[in-house]
Design a protein around this ligand. Structure first.
Ligand SMILES: NC(=O)c1ccc[n+]([C@@H]2O[C@H](COP(=O)([O-])OP(=O)(O)OC[C@H]3O[C@@H](n4cnc5c(N)ncnc54)[C@H](OP(=O)(O)O)[C@@H]3O)[C@@H](O)[C@H]2O)c1
Length: 413
């Protein structure tokens, strides 16, 4: 990974809400920066700094960021947990942000399909060596050049067309979570029409797309949520049934549980299973469990999956060390399937569903540039639902293309 260039292309830094001429790069940019000496909660770890622009290689591009999606990656990077992710790129600082919409500002000599001025979104599957390897790293998490900055660096293969009908912030909001959910259900769990799926966190970033994908695939989603607000959202998105997990408080697993707590957990797991029967109108369970909660729910997920069922997992918000009774797995011949983001092909197929209007972004809150760290703190406190995004270069919400955006910027000049 190379350090940012100090090459003096343009002498100034451009204020937020303004742009240099198309294709011209300033010397420096405004960025939210994480440094190891301030690892901690988002508002401590992420600070505004002026940073030099990035150099690009032949397969890379610079994108002027209009809006950036907020997801867990900057939270983990800022905490320095479960790993110090700066060690993966070796620089003493980190610009997070694994979702963006914006305008291509510079292209490397080998980039064929994109040109300066194209309106794009960026998927975060960054190849270790573009074109020669399918080993993936996550852009804006394992790489230091993410989207919480005026300009970001990505590989040409990471670009996808921005759906024209969406605003910059809507377009920036869905990539990481939606492409992950699509990969989990469609490619990894090989979801079939007529199957039933338990979607944990049905009102969360992954969950809102898990529900929509089930519907699009002809499957039925049972969404698990913790509030009436999220339940309503899940129903609106097409969930066949909704379960409020607060009705089953003992279902959660804690590593230090007592024998009494274990007994109560099994009782709640059985009651939860009965609730699934009630929703489905027959004594059957779900063929697929959509997992990302991790330690608290994993034993229940394995238990609740039907005979030959699949538990597909991509994360562990509540803890990475998972435990479960393996007899439930082997005796009913269930499978646990790991899944991690998506490749360019999978992301491209998923993006077409958005371009066709079959899957819709679920953007519930748009933050100002100055509130990006605050937005992460809110997500870490589980106080958001759907997906959230922040404006970066776009001067106000609702703008859908470069021309319109420039016109608004010029009005305010
Ligand atoms: N590997 C990958 O490529 C990949 C990609 C995207 C995300 N992830 C990971 O997946 C996880 C979820 O991401 P997200 O963007 O969907 O987060 P999110 O928007 O915060 O949603 C997470 C959901 O989990 C539910 N939840 C939290 N604590 C729970 C508990 N104790 N029991 C049951 N449900 C609980 C919450 O729903 P309720 O409180 O309403 O039940 C919440 O809506 C994160 O850990 C993230 O790092 C991995």
């Amino acid at each position: 990974m190379t350090a940012p260039s100090k090459a003096n292309i343009h002498p100034t830094i451009v204020p937020m809400g303004k742009l240099p001429p198309l294709g011209v790069l300033p010397e420096k940019m405004h960025a939210w920066v994480i440094r190891p000496e301030r690892f901690g909660e988002p508002e401590q770890a992420m600070q505004l700094e002026e940073m030099p622009l990035w150099d690009i290689g032949p397969d890379e591009v610079i994108v002027q960021v209009m809006a950036a999606g907020i997801n867990y990656n900057a939270i983990w990077a800022g905490l320095g947990e479960p790993v110090n992710i700066l060690k993966s790129h070796g620089l003493p600082f980190h610009i997070a942000g694994s979702d963006a919409s914006g305008v291509v500002w510079k292209v490397g000599s080998k980039v064929r399909n994109w040109k300066v001025g194209d309106e794009v979104i960026i998927h975060c599957n960054h190849l270790v060596e573009a074109g020669t390897s399918d080993l993936q790293t996550i852009w804006g998490y394992e790489t230091p050049d993410g989207s919480f900055a005026q300009f970001t660096r990505a590989q040409g293969q990471q670009l996808l067309p921005k759906p024209k009908d969406l605003s910059w912030e809507e377009a920036a909001s869905y990539g990481l979570v939606y492409f992950t959910a699509h990969r989990m259900l469609i490619d990894r769990a090989e979801l079939q029409p007529g199957e039933d799926v338990l979607v944990w966190g049905g009102g969360g970033g992954l969950g809102v797309f898990g529900i929509q994908l089930c519907k699009a695939a002809g499957a039925r989603a049972i969404a698990v949520v913790s509030s009436e607000e999220k339940a309503e959202l899940a129903r609106e998105l097409g969930a066949y049934g909704v379960i409020n997990r607060k009705d089953f408080p003992n279902l959660q697993y804690y590593p230090d549980e007592t024998p009494e707590q274990k007994k109560a957990r099994f009782a709640d797991m059985k009651a939860f299973g009965k609730k699934i029967w009630e929703i489905l109108g027959e004594k059957k369970s779900v063929e697929v469990v959509f997992e990302h909660v991790g330690q608290r729910t994993f034993p229940a997920s394995v238990w609740l999956a039907s005979k030959y069922g699949r538990v597909v997992i991509c994360g562990a918000t509540t803890g990475f060390e998972l435990t479960f009774d393996v007899r439930h797995l082997w005796m009913s011949q269930k499978r646990i399937i790991g899944s991690h983001f998506a490749d360019a092909d999978s992301a491209g197929r998923a993006n077409k569903l958005v371009q066709q209007g079959l899957v819709k972004p679920v953007l519930t809150e748009t933050f100002a540039w100055k509130d990006i760290a605050k937005a992460h703190a809110k997500m870490h406190a589980n106080e958001v639902y759907g997906t959230i995004a922040a404006l970066v270069g776009a001067p106000r919400p609702g703008l859908k293309n470069f021309e319109e955006t420039l016109a608004v910027m010029n009005e305010g000049a």
